[in-house]
Design a protein around this ligand. Structure first.
Ligand code: ADP
Length: 545
């Protein structure tokens, strides 16, 4: 017998409708480069979103077509998120820090029809336009007066588009399984892969993120995501905040500026924020040097990479609760949060430090397990470690246009590529990574691509790149090279100069070490685990990035 409750579809439009009616007076504040901060309310935001949707309706797109963004965190980006999704299109957020070749690959793979760009990225877009035949027009996210000169073909002014629309525009009902957003990840080997979120997955994830022991977002909060909106939907904040009625502060292109972020927290009364460890290190350095405080801030979520104990202890001093979060683009992203049940008093200093460093417990909606090489379940004893698998309604089942050939699907579980332990209380701790990538300041570096570029050098016999601890960026690439037989004169400087123009500048290894032979498996693959072991005590020269 079925229950007798209404079968209403979960939709992003319902967040907009709810926020317009219930949280209409709550503010969204955006940093706009050097201009004064832009402020308006959810009511105004969604009125403009409706106008934008009305104008987009004239583009002749089909349901599911992709509208891409190359943009920082601000109100226009927020409007595009909603206008595209509520209209049944897919908002494809692109990471502008990628190398142009990868950007072109991603735009072509996604078959983006329109690309909305911040004026900051006009020259980047100009360099891509010829290689992107699916793109019909480039929307520049600015006013008519501020439109830049550009060689881009088919340019549209964002504000002209908004002005032309009708704010009484109504969104048509959609199936909750319809796609609403797309984000590419290079978190695994090979080409970037598209993670395609649905209305249903996004709503469920936004609900879960609000829970008190997850991010804990309420209408009393002022939330500032210091994680880009092109990076897993800024960890879901643009959906959770209008749902909860929390004021949203969008920090524009200033996310790497610790001093500026601290000022913003103080001036806007930010209570809750989220970002990778590198962001917090920058802010703490400023707070310590200036003697400034962040009195309104009650809690931060640190994720994307392991959080050093020093960040927690420093924030203890400012009365800010630090919660570690673990997740992935493939998980929308939230998987676990460490809202520790224990205290310093109950555990003692050392034990407490151990517990709070863990990645945390699964939030309701995500299930996880660890398995050995044969796929057998391992015990949750805090000692056994194995490959971490997850499943849940906001976990990706296949990648976009790779349906059916998904190497990650593990009898209904998604293989994260992380290695972990889980203790009897359910606290998961990441101990290593199976996937061959490096994560620097929250962004991926593909070791394969760096290695390919390195081995193209005529004096290199073999090369491998490993992620190695770095105090500022969490990890940076260290290149290990075996010189060719007649090439003993190859220097580190020559090697590093070789990467110029071949890979993104920030992908260039921080240092090169030469050895006689790389460790190999029986099948001839480089043993990265062994290599990491060999260099575990290595310290990057201080001149490194
Ligand atoms: P995001 O950075 O938004 O969490 P990505 O898909 O870019 O998502 O990266 C996910 C990967 O980042 C994880 O599989 C893991 O390797 C690493 N990671 C994320 N959070 C943590 C954490 N708290 N501790 C250690 N590693 C983490």
């Amino acid at each position: 017998m079925n229950g007798l409750m209404m079968n209403m579809q979960l939709s992003i439009a319902s967040i907009a409708e709810h926020a317009e009616r219930i949280n209409g007076d709550v503010e969204i504040v955006s940093v706009m480069g050097n201009q004064p901060r832009h402020r308006y309310t959810y009511r105004e935001a969604f009125a403009r979103t409706r106008k934008l949707s009305d104008s987009m309706a004239l583009w002749g797109l089909e349901q599911g077509d992709r509208i891409a963004t190359l943009a920082w965190n601000d109100y226009r980006h927020f409007e595009i998120y909603y206008a595209a999704a509520c209209s049944g299109y897919v908002c494809h957020t692109i990471n502008p820090r990628l190398f142009p070749e990868q950007l072109a690959y991603i735009i072509n793979h996604a078959e983006d029809r329109y690309v909305c760009i911040d004026p900051d990225f006009v020259s980047l877009a100009e360099s891509l336009a010829d290689q992107c035949p699916t793109v019909q027009a480039w929307v520049i996210m600015t006013s008519a007066e501020a439109m830049p000169e550009t060689r881009l073909p088919n340019v549209i002014c964002y504000e002209t588009l908004v002005a032309a629309g009708n704010e009484a525009f109504q969104w048509a009902p959609l199936d909750e399984n319809a796609a609403c957003a797309l984000c590419y990840t290079s978190g695994t080997t090979g080409n970037p892969k598209g993670v395609l979120y649905s209305h249903r997955s996004t709503i469920l994830h936004a609900y879960a993120a609000m829970m008190p022991d997850a991010l804990g977002i309420s209408q009393r909060d002022v939330v500032m995501p210091i994680v880009p909106m092109f990076h897993v939907n800024a960890w879901g904040n643009p959906y959770s905040c209008p749902m909860a009625g929390a004021k949203l502060v969008l920090p524009g292109n200033r996310m790497g500026d610790g001093q500026f972020m601290a000022t913003l927290i103080n001036e806007e009364g930010v209570t809750l924020s989220a970002g990778v460890p590198t962001v917090w290190l920058g802010m703490l350095a400023h707070l310590k040097a200036s003697g400034e405080d962040v009195a309104s801030l009650r809690q931060i979520i640190v994720g994307g990479a392991a959080c050093p104990l020093s960040i927690m202890e420093d924030f203890d001093h400012y009365g800010v609760e630090v919660r570690v979060g673990w997740g992935m683009t493939e998980m929308s992203p939230l998987g676990t949060v460490n809202a520790s049940m224990d205290s310093r008093e109950s555990l003692g200093e050392q034990e407490f430090a151990k517990v709070r460093l863990k990645a945390g417990r699964q939030i309701f909606g995500v299930e996880m397990k660890i398995v050995d090489d044969e796929g057998h379940d391992l015990p949750w004893d805090g000692v056994a470690f194995g490959s971490l698998l997850v499943r849940g309604p906001w976990v990706c089942s296949s990648y976009f246009k790779l349906e059916g050939s998904d190497a990650h699907a593990h009898e209904g579980w998604f293989e994260t590529g992380d290695v972990a332990t889980i203790d009897p209380q359910g606290y998961m701790a990441i101990t290593d990574r199976i996937k061959d990538v490096i994560k620097s300041g929250g962004e991926w570096i593909s070791s394969i691509e760096v290695e390919n570029a390195a081995t193209d050098h005529p004096k290199v016999a073999e090369a491998a790149v490993i992620g190695h601890f770095h105090p500022k960026w969490s990890e940076r690439p260290l290149l290990i090279v075996v010189r060719g037989a007649d090439s003993q004169d190859l220097t580190a400087e020559e090697m590093l100069a070789w990467f110029d123009g071949k890979i993104a500048k920030w992908w260039t290894p921080d240092a090169v070490e030469f050895i006689d032979e790389l460790p190999h498996t029986a099948t001839g693959k480089v043993q990265k685990v062994k290599l990491r072991q060999m260099f575990k005590d290595y310290v990057f020269p201080v001149t490194g990035a």
